[in-house]
Design a protein around this ligand. Structure first.
Ligand SMILES: Cc1ncc(COP(=O)(O)O)c(C=O)c1O
Length: 439
């Protein structure tokens, strides 16, 4: 016999509003959702909700479905794997797909040094493991991260994150020995020189460089506002890390897998990370993350020191191998650059029409696009309310859109790299019409 609660849930109608009411009652409020849109099915760059409404997807589940939703080859690879087996634990009885994927990642990671990889399930875990590996290798304790950076929601990753609301409120204390330095953002008058001077001061005031195990940086800040790290900044960090024996961890979790018009965004600066973290786009929607780094660093932890029950799930590894084949065969890295150019041209034109509102367009990193909404054309006057309204209007008009930024005033766009020009244009038309209606 079913319980009264089960009976109640069984009889509720299948609408977005009903599901949102049930969600609010059943799922902790901390796990919020941007839109009360419950997805029924998705295909490439489009999604349909439970009411049959169609959306163009400029979010890809936050930079995950780079090869589009339910790419037939990814689906086929997953089905084939599930038919054979779905889990054995890579730390008990491994399988070839994990080995083949590691070999591929070791080849793809920028730089000439010999590499090794290890797998986990989420981006935050990849970050945690990168720091563990750096500490094991250096025997040091300190970690330096950057203002506005985002590295995940576990406690250490949260400690590294340089943005309080909504991530860090209420959750402290965070693990010790984490220090933040300014991230260069010319639009907000933080120059590369300013950042590097602050780093030097930090070495004098807070922690000596010889006590620092790792420095972690996003080549394009994601949640922080889609700010590309200037090439000379990443090159300077590389130099500082070399001088002091610090492990340079490059967090490519949001910027990787072709998204920015290079396979990894750090290729723009032509630097080699000591350790690189990757997740999201790696497996086209299946939970997988990896740490890839120089062999001598990656091999510092003892056997058994790294891993996790679901680390390198065979289903996710099969999906990742299919994703890599599609990216390479279909030229999706180049396609990301073309998407950036096409959408960037539209955004620059939008800025020209509304210079008081569109403070800056960021379109120099392929299909990782953004623009910042301000008042009076002033970078110091972020318009978070207009940003919120624009995102809400986009959903009402059939466009999935995300915001980001320390001040909540950045619209970011992460379309699938398989999106057609027609759908991209249609999404941009919706975006422009929504903004025009609001101002
Ligand atoms: C740069 C970066 N690092 C780490 C993470 C954390 O990844 P996950 O949410 O899979 O734990 C994210 C997620 O948005 C990210 O953008």
């Amino acid at each position: 016999m079913s319980s009264p609660q089960a009976k109640m849930t069984e009889t509720v109608a299948n609408s977005n509003a009903d599901w949102q009411a049930r969600k609010t009652a059943a799922i902790a409020r901390g796990q919020g959702n941007i839109a009360a849109v419950y997805i029924d099915r998705a295909k490439n760059a489009e999604m349909w909700d439970v009411e049959g409404r169609r959306y163009i997807d400029f979010g890809t589940g936050i930079a995950v479905c780079n090869t589009g939703h339910s790419h037939p080859e990814v689906v086929a690879a997953v089905k084939e794997q599930v038919d054979r087996f779905s889990h054995t634990c890579v730390m008990v009885t491994p399988y070839d797909s994990a080995v083949r994927l590691a070999e591929k990642l070791n080849e793809l990671a920028p730089g000439v040094s010999a590499k090794k990889s290890m797998f986990v399930t989420t981006g935050a875990e990849a970050v945690e493991n990168a720091i563990k590996i750096a500490r094991a290798y250096t025997g040091r304790r300190g970690v330096i991260a950057f203002n506005g950076g985002f590295h995940g929601r576990t406690l250490l990753a949260m400690g590294l994150t340089g943005k309080i609301t909504p991530y860090k409120n209420l959750f402290g204390p965070f693990p010790g020995e984490v220090y933040h330095a300014p991230f260069p953002i010319p639009f907000h008058e933080v120059s590369v020189d300013h950042s590097l001077t602050a780093l030097k001061t930090l070495f004098k005031v807070d922690i000596a460089p010889e006590d620092v195990a790792a420095m972690i940086v996003e080549p394009v800040q994601g949640e922080g506002g889609f700010y590309a790290a200037p090439n000379e900044f990443l090159q300077a960090l590389r130099k500082i890390c070399d001088e002091h024996g610090i492990v340079l961890v490059v967090d490519e979790i949001q910027s990787g897998f072709g998204r920015t018009g290079k396979f990894f965004a750090s290729e723009y600066a032509e630097i080699e990370a000591d350790v690189l973290t990757t997740a999201k786009g790696i497996a086209g929607g299946y939970p997988l993350a990896a740490v890839v780094g120089k062999t001598e660093i990656m091999d510092a932890p003892l056997p058994g020191g790294l891993g996790g029950t679901y680390a390198g799930s065979p289903v996710a590894c099969a999906a990742a191998l299919a994703v890599l084949e599609i990216i390479e065969r279909d030229g999706l890295v180049e396609r990301a650059a073309a998407i950036g150019q096409r959408a960037g041209d539209r955004l620059h034109a939008l800025q020209k029409r509304h210079p008081e509102i569109v403070g800056e367009v960021r379109a120099e990193r392929g299909a990782m696009l953004a623009f910042e909404l301000v008042k009076n054309g002033d970078a110091a006057e972020p318009d978070a309310e207009l940003t919120r309204q624009l995102v809400a209007a986009a959903y009402e008009n059939g466009l999935v859109l995300l915001s980001c930024g320390v001040n909540g005033n950045v619209i970011r766009m992460l379309p699938a790299l398989t999106i057609t020009d027609e759908l991209l244009d249609e999404g941009l038309d919706i975006l422009e019409a929504c903004l025009a209606n609001l101002i």
